[in-house]
Design a protein around this ligand. Structure first.
Ligand code: AMP
Length: 120
């Protein structure tokens, strides 16, 4: 599978469609999900062209991988939902069975209220 540059997150990264930005640095962009499933529902994406977590771990540099993961802790602290506060959940949907709709790697961060045992 090759990366499709027309996916919606690629368009957000290029500034072709807007987003409600939460955080951005050289490696990641984070914004509010357009259809929030919890009080806080944030998307975090790497700026590089990666389809999913497996593709990311295969193709990305160590620096990109570290920065992408570390950004989660930075963002949840910004949002005041870190492990030192009420906590949160991250998930990444991958492939068909994972229910991935947008083929650009992303983490969902849920919080601001109790998330429940699992998201189905
Ligand atoms: P997934 O099923 O993991 O691929 O999730 C894709 C997510 O992207 C869904 O939660 C959508 O609500 C969200 N989404 C789709 N389009 C946009 C957009 N333009 N801005 C923000 N979030 C979006």
């Amino acid at each position: 599978m090759t990366y499709d540059r027309n996916n919606i997150f690629a368009k957000i990264l290029r500034g072709e469609i807007p987003c409600k930005k939460v955080y951005e640095n050289e490696y990641v962009l984070s914004f509010h999900d357009i259809n929030p499933q919890k009080k806080i529902h944030i998307i975090v994406i790497p700026k590089g062209e990666y389809i999913d977590l497996d593709n990311f771990h295969k193709e990305a540099s160590e620096k990109e991988i570290i920065e992408f993961n570390k950004s989660i802790t930075y963002i949840v602290k910004m949002l005041k939902i870190s492990s030192q506060e009420d906590g949160y959940r991250i998930i990444s949907n991958i492939g068909q069975h994972g229910g991935q709709e947008v083929a650009h790697l992303h983490y969902h961060i849920f919080g601001g209220e109790k998330v429940g045992k699992m998201i189905v």
